[in-house]
Design a protein around this ligand. Structure first.
Ligand code: NDP
Ligand code: GDR
Length: 363
């Protein structure tokens, strides 16, 4: 059976550090993708360094299973305190770790919250990328250090064409997407100006049992699990019509790595090539726990009703609407398939199943 958690495979703990091992530095290592990527690279024999933020509460639960006391022998996983808003700290960490590969995954990654914190989002998500690229230059690592930038399907924003591909025009629709647009172009500019091996992965939405709890998929799977167990009555959502191309995060981190193993740096769309609405995701999630949903009403008055009991389980709350929305995302991953040999392995139904399984166990 597919080991969705992937965190039970701790082969890495007894692995001897190879003198020829490559070194990777991951920003955003405590996030969903950082955790999957760290485990993926450790299993490939890398020495992995990660940047974590200081927090008043623990923020390392996704990677605690990878951590070992640095006093032990053959340790290959290290954490450093840092922040994308602090240039000197980034320069020092990159100087100390001399990475072969940097994966810039850190970001204020919530689209809706970027409307509340636009300046901070620009600082971390746009200028943060520049700070890393400048650090590579200042330290003279242009020929040694490869750079991966976590670009996003949010760049496409308002629909110009579907499916979206590498040359589809961008029209960002949030402070988050505008900040990421800067990062996309500064990555290309530093590749062209200074010869840095720098790539943009234009990743469409990807989810998992360790997805942040306020993104819509995880919010739904957690609520469905709690409703099934009788510890929550209702789920309040925003725009049910939005359509997304949802894949599995564990598949997507492999594409990040593959981009940095090519002969020539390039930019790639990473997606499943299918799209479903938030409403359909809700239906699939309830189906997993044998509850069938029927929709009644329209717009802000739409509700989702349990067909067998008549209970209203889903209501719309306008506070979850965004000032400007991205209506439909569907990616064309042809280039990734042809050049990287990559394609998504986990489809939406299986993704929903593994997320519900995780939440039924943990909520
Ligand atoms: P998460 O929100 O789960 O993780 C974000 C990470 O960035 C966390 O480790 C967070 O730390 C860290 N971080 C936030 N701000 C800063 C900062 N100022 N300095 C240093 N670290 C910071 O995101 P995902 O793992 O889902 O996404 C990874 C990247 O990929 C992000 O850049 C996101 O924008 C992008 N992306 C994600 C997609 C997706 O569907 N998941 C699709 C396309 C792009 P902490 O744990 O302390 O909060
Ligand atoms: P997104 O993900 O904005 O696509 O960004 P999110 O899951 O937040 O929203 C997807 C869609 O669902 C609609 N929606 C709701 N969203 C949230 N969060 N909460 C709700 O209650 C709700 N109800 C409806 C939204 O309006 C939206 O249309 C994610 C992030 O991971 C980004 O960092 C990444 O760049 C993109 O995916 C690709």
């Amino acid at each position: 059976m597919f080991d969705y958690w992937q965190f039970k495979t701790l082969k890495i703990t007894n692995q001897k550090v190879n003198n020829m091992a490559k070194t990777a530095l991951i920003t955003g290592i405590t996030g969903q993708d950082g955790a999957y990527l760290a485990e993926f690279l450790l299993n490939k024999g890398y020495i992995v360094h990660g940047i974590r933020r200081r927090s008043s509460s623990f923020n390392t639960k996704r990677i605690d299973h990878l951590y070992r006391d640095t006093h032990e022998k053959n340790v290959n996983f290290f954490l450093h305190y840092g922040d994308l808003t602090d240039s000197t700290n980034l320069i020092r960490i990159i100087q100390e770790t001399q990475p072969d590969e940097i994966y810039n995954l850190a970001a204020q990654s919530h689209v809706h919250i970027s409307f509340d914190t636009p300046e901070y989002t620009a600082n971390a998500d746009a200028i943060g990328t520049l700070r890393i690229l400048e650090a590579i230059r200042i330290l003279g690592l242009e020929k040694k250090t490869k750079f991966y930038q976590a670009s996003t399907s949010e760049l496409y924003g308002k629909v110009q064409e579907i499916p979206q591909k590498e040359n589809t025009p961008f029209y960002p629709r949030s402070p988050y997407a505008v900040a990421k647009l800067y990062s996309y172009w500064i990555t290309i500019n530093y590749r062209e100006a200074y010869g840095i091996f720098a790539c943009n992965g234009i990743l469409f939405n990807h989810e998992s049992p360790i997805r942040g709890e306020t993104f819509v998929t995880r919010k739904i799977t957690m609520a469905v699990s709690k409703i099934k167990k009788g510890i929550q009555k209702k789920l309040y959502l925003g725009n049910l019509d939005a359509k997304r191309d949802w894949g599995f995060a564990g598949d997507y981190v492999e594409a990040m790595w593959l981009m940095l193993q090519q002969d020539v740096p390039d930019d790639f769309v990473i997606a499943t090539g299918t799209t479903r609405s938030v409403r359909e995701f809700v239906e699939l999630a309830f189906e997993e726990v044998d509850i069938q949903i029927e929709w009644r009403g329209e717009g802000i008055n739409e509700v989702g009703v349990d067909v067998s009991t008549g209970d209203v389980l889903i209501e719309v709350d306008s506070k979850y609407y965004r000032p400007t929305e991205v209506d439909i995302l569907i990616g064309d991953p042809t280039k990734a398939k042809e050049k990287l040999g990559w394609e998504a392995k986990i489809g939406l139904r299986e993704l929903v199943k593994i997320m519900i399984e995780g939440d039924m166990k943990n909520t």
